[in-house]
Design a protein around this ligand. Structure first.
Ligand code: HEC
Ligand code: HEC
Length: 458
């Protein structure tokens, strides 16, 4: 089983590349694959929703009093029964059962009435400082059990991280995610060699929090490099285990996580995109496929029986989308320099962070479900993505995730005249720009409709 998975992974990665001798589209560069460790998907899912990769949190008793039973508990039994899918129930170092945030806080989302694990969260609000609930939980724990109790000690690591980085990671609009900044800010408080905590930050993190739209996990199996700018190279399991920096004591804990994360990656690779739930006229998709293969497939690959994916990085000049995410790594080498010298960058399964100038052209499987579009979630629909002059400068939606517009291919939204309110996506802010990717502009309205129908069928 384990061996079979390893073999499958390598074959897929080798296949995914430009055809031998084929010319690459101008302004693009092929991203080579790196060897990945095999893993067991079932063990990976178990670890994902029960594991202690975050090992500190609110005492289970306090959580149950404050939150009541959640509808979406992932059907878990035992201590996690009735606990929101966003949290795992784990034993802290002090032996206290605590409720700790898990990967699905950001990597699961509701879509038309159901929770889709692997779909990026596109509705959380990172604009307000989250201090109020965090401080309330700290106070409740300390009052109930005493400030020196095992319960208070079990909450201390996550509280410490929150106090150190909370003020640095707020976004300007709702729905976008500050994960890149979270990792940089945590790394500034970790000693590179043994990952132990340091009270004083050892390097400055950039002032701006660059917003990102959380990518769908089902695309991972085709990719040779992680993250929008292709930054993540080497061992994907090692790279993804960095969430442990939130609460771990030191690299002893990271060592224990490192042997479990290949299983998590194996489970993520089993995920498939959700099928489009509405009817699509077949004559539209056929016409759309022909146009797509002419204008789009050289960067995004082909779909169906003859699946290909070229794994291309597209330069900023060529793609023209908001440059800040890509540029911020090149202009601020502190984090990736720390990472590559740290525990994470060592040994045969090292992860590496290598900044690039540009963005990866992503696979488009299940793209209907992943609105809003582009790396910063600045474009609400496929129709707007393929017609750049029409993209709204200021737009808002209801965040209910049941408001899908079939014709436009994305979120139903309202155009407004100015920003200011965090529910309004303001594309005039640095990092939030909606320009570039003009490849659909020359389509006629009919052609665009056909391409959207084809995209919805993927
Ligand atoms: C705070 C939100 C958050 C949490 C928690 C989180 N992630 Fe992510 N994750 C993101 C964002 C945002 C990105 C995209 C960042 C980028 O590309 O710049 C991402 C990217 C990834 C990618 C790369 C996807 C790709 O296609 O490039 C993987 C794999 C991943 N996360 C796995 C995990 C795992 C496993 C966990 C739990 C251990 C986790 N993440 C926890 C927000 C989060
Ligand atoms: C030169 C390479 C290239 C060509 C040609 C190209 N794209 Fe893209 N596409 C990209 C890149 C790079 C991104 C990511 C840009 C970003 O996020 O800033 C992207 C993003 C997208 C997205 C958004 C994905 C998401 O989840 O946010 C869609 C949809 C898309 N392209 C569709 C198309 C279609 C349809 C065509 C043909 C009309 C096309 N692309 C042509 C490179 C290309």
């Amino acid at each position: 089983m384990l061996g079979a998975w390893g073999a499958a992974v390598r074959t897929r990665a080798q296949e995914a590349g430009p055809a031998r001798g084929a010319a690459l589209p101008a302004g693009t560069r092929f991203l080579e694959s790196s060897p990945q460790r095999p893993g067991d998907p079932l063990l990976g899912y178990e670890y994902l929703v029960h594991g202690d990769y975050v090992s500190s949190g609110v005492p289970l008793e306090i959580y149950r009093q404050a939150a009541g039973p959640a509808a979406d508990d992932l059907g878990r039994s035992g201590a996690a029964s009735g606990v929101s899918y966003r949290f795992n129930v784990v034993q802290s170092a002090e032996g206290v059962p605590v409720v700790a945030p898990n990967c699905l806080t950001c990597h699961a989302e509701r879509l038309q009435g159901r929770l889709v694990v692997g779909l990026g969260n596109n509705s959380d609000d990172h604009t307000a400082r989250t201090s109020v609930p965090v401080m309330a939980a700290a106070m409740a724990t300390s009052l109930k059990y005493g400030p020196d109790s095992p319960e208070a000690k079990s909450y201390a690591p996550i509280l410490r991280s929150h106090q150190a980085i909370g003020p640095l990671i707020t976004t300007h609009v709702r729905g976008v995610n500050p994960a890149d900044k979270i990792f940089a800010a945590l790394a500034a408080h970790r000693n590179a060699a043994d990952l132990s905590w340091r009270a004083v930050s050892q390097f400055d993190v950039p002032v701006a929090t660059v917003p990102t739209d959380v990518p769908a996990w089902w695309l991972l199996k085709k990719k040779n490099a992680l993250y929008y700018n292709g930054l993540g190279r080497g061992d994907f399991a090692r790279l993804s285990s960095a969430s442990g920096m939130l609460t771990m004591k030191d690299s002893g804990e990271a060592d224990r996580m490192d042997v479990r994360f290949p299983d998590v990656m194996a489970w993520i690779r089993t995920l498939e995109a959700p099928a489009y739930p509405h009817p699509i006229p077949p004559e539209q998709t056929t016409r759309g496929r022909i146009l797509f293969e002419k204008k789009c497939a050289s960067c995004h690959g082909t779909y169906g029986a003859q699946e290909t994916y070229p794994n291309l990085l597209v330069s900023l000049d060529t793609i023209g989308t908001d440059p800040l995410l890509s540029q911020s790594y090149n202009q601020n080498p502190q984090y990736h320099t720390w990472y590559n010298e740290s525990w994470y960058g060592q040994g045969p399964h090292a992860g590496r962070l290598e900044p690039n100038d540009g963005y990866v052209a992503p696979p488009l499987d299940g793209v209907w479900a992943t609105a809003p579009y582009l790396h910063n979630g600045s474009v609400p629909t496929l129709e707007d993505l393929l017609n750049s002059p029409q993209r709204p400068t200021f737009w808002k939606r209801n965040f209910q995730n049941d408001d899908y517009d079939e014709a436009m291919g994305g979120w139903r939204y309202e155009t407004v005249t100015e920003g200011g309110d965090s529910r309004i996506y303001d594309t005039t802010r640095p990092g939030y720009g909606n320009g570039g990717h003009e490849f659909g502009d020359l389509f006629t309205a009919e052609e665009r409709k056909a391409v959207i129908a084809y995209l919805q069928s993927l």
